[in-house]
Structures are given as structure tokens and as C-alpha cells.
Design a protein around this ligand. Structure first.
Ligand code: AMP
Length: 217
């Protein structure tokens, strides 16, 4: 099963990917996570992309396309993958079509998770993660049992993303509406787009996604 989770930052793509990964045993490819790893390891790619990420603008298409192309041909993608945060422009979507046809694969579903901008800003400014096990939390609705300790691994310091500040989130939303939302008609035309109300709680969104995915199994 190969799918895209499409939606603005904070829509819940990462959270829903975690559930799908567990249920279907497929890999999650988050371009945001991949880029953050490059930045924190101070690689030459990380140095190139840092300023775009900090300002909340999109990294140039050629860099992202190359990165995903290299990743998709690795063996662990053979059983299926979730693209989270890619594609984000029409050029990226077109490049993905070409990449997939070269390796004899196709997209089964594009699931759009829709959430109001003001709700997204509230959600994003409340989120934080454990830097060790990557468990995600949110001050609004998902706090660790002990405020200073990760429930999963016991780590005592949490990580707040630099680009989750309100001003930067607003730029990221502008990029989404300008450059990414055009993918909705693109995938609608291909007949593989499903839209979910992401304002509902996490469990309800998961259930709706599972109902869609079950069509293939
Ligand atoms: P995310 O974690 O998906 O919100 O991504 C964080 C940041 O990484 C974005 O604000 C962009 O600067 C960059 N980024 C991630 N994915 C892409 C992409 N597909 N195209 C361009 N930039 C990206």
C-alpha cells in the first residue's frame, strides 16, 4: 500500500502515520524529519536547507526530489510507504509520478486531512517531542503523566521545534495555501483523493482513515 498524507502543518499527518505504520507495517517517509536529521547532523545538505526551514519557507524542489528519489528505491519501501510532507508542490507531484512509474509502483490513496488555520496555530504552538524516542506530545491534549519526563523512555528534556513559533507557523501556512493546496485538484482528477475532517479527535480521524485503507486489503 502506497499513500500520501496531505495537509497543512499540524493537521496530524505525523500522528496518523504512526497508527498506519503499526497497522500495516509500512514505512513512513517524512521529508520534514529527514531534513531535520540532516540539519542536526550538520551535513552539507543540512547546511543548504537550514535557512529555508527556519524561515518556514519551502526547500527548493530539486533538493527534495533528489532526497525522496534516493529514499524510495531502498528495500524497506518495497512493502509500501506513507509520504508525509511530500509532495508539497506540483513539480514535486509530477516528479513523484515519474519516479514511481520508473520503479513500477503507483499511489493507492491520497488522504487530505483538513483543519482550520486558527486551530492549527493553537495545536502547533502546543506541541513538543521527546528528542530520544521521538514520542510526540501536545500541551492542549496530550501531556506526559509526569510533566518533566517522557512516558516512553524517561528522558527528562523535551524538544520544541524552532519553526513552531507562531510567526513561522503563519509563513508555513501561507506556503501551504499557495503552493501545496493545488495538489488537491491534481489528485482529485486522478481519482485517488479522500478528504477527512481533521478537526475531529485523533481516534475518530484514525477510524476514518482506516475505513478508507481497508478498501485495498
Ligand atoms: P514539516 O515537518 O513537514 O512541517 O517540514 C518542516 C520544513 O521542512 C518545512 O517548513 C520546509 O521548510 C521543509 N520541507 C519539508 N518537506 C518539504 C517539501 N516536500 N518541500 C519543500 N520543503 C519541505
Amino acid at each position: 500500500m502506497n499513500l500520501i498524507l496531505l495537509g497543512p502543518p499540524g493537521a496530524g499527518k505525523g500522528t496518523q502515520s504512526e497508527n498506519i505504520v503499526k497497522l500495516y507495517n509500512i514505512v513512513q517517509l517524512s521529508t520534514g524529519d529527514m531534513l531535520r536529521a540532516e540539519v542536526s547532523n550538520s551535513t552539507s545538505l543540512g547546511e543548504k536547507v537550514k535557512s529555508y526551514m527556519v524561515s518556514g519557507s519551502l526547500v527548493p524542489d530539486d533538493i527534495i526530489i533528489k532526497m525522496i528519489e534516493n529514499r524510495l528505491c531502498l528495500g524497506d519501501c518495497a512493502g509500501g510507504f506513507i509520504l508525509d510532507g511530500f509532495p508539497r508542490t506540483i513539480s514535486q507531484a509530477q516528479a513523484l509520478d515519474i519516479m514511481l512509474s520508473k520503479i513500477n509502483k503507483k499511489l493507492d490513496f491520497v488522504i487530505e486531512i483538513k483543519v482550520d488555520d486558527e486551530q492549527l496555530i493553537k495545536r502547533i504552538s502546543g506541541r513538543f517531542t521527546c528528542p530520544i524516542c521521538k514520542k510526540g506530545y501536545n500541551k492542549l491534549y496530550l501531556n506526559p503523566s509526569n510533566p518533566d519526563e517522557c512516558d516512553n523512555c524517561g528522558k527528562v528534556q523535551f524538544l520544541f521545534r524552532e519553526d513552531d513559533k507562531e510567526e513561522t507557523v503563519r509563513s508555513r501556512l501561507v506556503s501551504y495555501h499557495k503552493q501545496t493546496s493545488v495538489l488537491i485538484p491534481y489528485y482529485h482528477q486522478m481519482g485517488i483523493l479522500y478528504t477527512i475532517d481533521g478537526m475531529k479527535d485523533i481516534e475518530e480521524v484514525s477510524e476514518r482513515i482506516n475505513l478508507i485503507l481497508k478498501r485495498l486489503t
